[in-house]
Design a protein around this ligand. Structure first.
Ligand SMILES: NC(=O)c1ccc[n+]([C@@H]2O[C@H](COP(=O)([O-])OP(=O)(O)OC[C@H]3O[C@@H](n4cnc5c(N)ncnc54)[C@H](OP(=O)(O)O)[C@@H]3O)[C@@H](O)[C@H]2O)c1
Length: 250
């Protein structure tokens, strides 16, 4: 089987899964990871013959994540690209403040990306080549209602990816940040509010994979919504708080 090799975390559902299928159709050999091996096997069956392999790993476990990447590189070949999409969301509020929810989101959304980075970057560095793609969110631009924990993890990822880019550039490793708006997935199916500009996951995957072929640092979709959020996020607090309060009122 020929073609460059991509490792995708969070590939058992939603954006990671759709990106795995899109990349496989575009000639990549894809190793798809998440915790549920059965869902990864179903994905492998759905993809073009022999192009997707499932390898279960929990990215909150650093040693398991390192071992998974070692196995991928031994069995499939050196990684050309790592797409770090594993993540989750728990709404948080000051009315029912649960530090354990913050811990869960930090462990999966932030430390999961850190562990996966630690697993792939030594190989990228040694080969002076590679492509690191971190999935954050427009929710990381500024504080949003019910997203104190989720937004904080995504803000951390934005800053993290920006900072890493300086070092990775010097080693010839391409670094990209993905900040989606609302995409229809099992994660957003749980949202009890109407989601503006909600995008279908196949369209999101196409936009993301297209962005990954370009040179831009940040990949966003759907464009009209993400530009609007970017604009609002640049407002001074005196305008930002009343505008967002009004825009997100139930
Ligand atoms: N959907 C949106 O509107 C939207 C917008 C902005 C950003 N995002 C971001 O996009 C990414 C994907 O979200 P999605 O909407 O596609 O959600 P999703 O359908 O819930 O997918 C999340 C994926 O992460 C995996 N995962 C969760 N915990 C894991 C762990 N500890 N180790 C390994 N894999 C783990 C899940 O698989 P298992 O349960 O099998 O482990 C699943 O494959 C997330 O980072 C999310 O924050 C989504």
């Amino acid at each position: 089987m020929s073609g460059p090799v991509a490792w995708i975390t969070g590939a058992s559902s939603g954006i990671g899964r759709a990106v795995a299928l899109e990349m496989a159709r575009n000639g990549w050999r894809v190793v798809a990871s998440a915790r549920r091996q059965d869902a990864l096997d179903t994905l492998a069956d759905e993809g073009p013959e022999g192009r997707i392999t499932g390898m279960a790993v929990d990215v909150t476990d650093l040693e398991a994540t390192r071992a998974a990447v070692e196995r991928i590189e031994a069995e499939t070949g050196p990684l050309d690209c790592a797409v770090l999409a594993a993540g989750t969301h728990i709404p948080t509020s000051a009315d029912d403040f649960r530090p354990e929810d913050f811990r869960t989101l930090l462990d999966v959304n932030v430390m999961g990306v850190v562990h996966a980075t630690a697993a792939v970057v030594p190989g990228f560095k040694a080969r002076r080549a590679g492509h690191l793609v971190v999935v954050a969110s427009v929710a990381g631009y500024r504080g949003l209602p019910s997203a104190a924990a989720y937004g904080a993890t995504k803000a951390a990822l934005i800053n993290y990816t920006e900072a890493l880019k300086f070092d990775l550039d010097a080693w010839g490793v391409k670094t990209q940040l993905v900040c989606p708006g609302f995409v229809r997935t099992p994660l957003t199916d749980r949202n009890p509010f109407p989601m503006p500009f909600l995008m279908e996951v196949e369209d999101a995957a196409r936009a993301m994979v297209r962005g990954m072929t370009g040179d831009g640092f940040e990949i966003t979709f759907p464009k009209r919504f993400t530009m609007l959020v970017r604009l609002v996020s640049r407002l001074p607090y005196a305008l930002y708080f009343p505008l967002v309060r009004r825009g997100t009122k139930p």
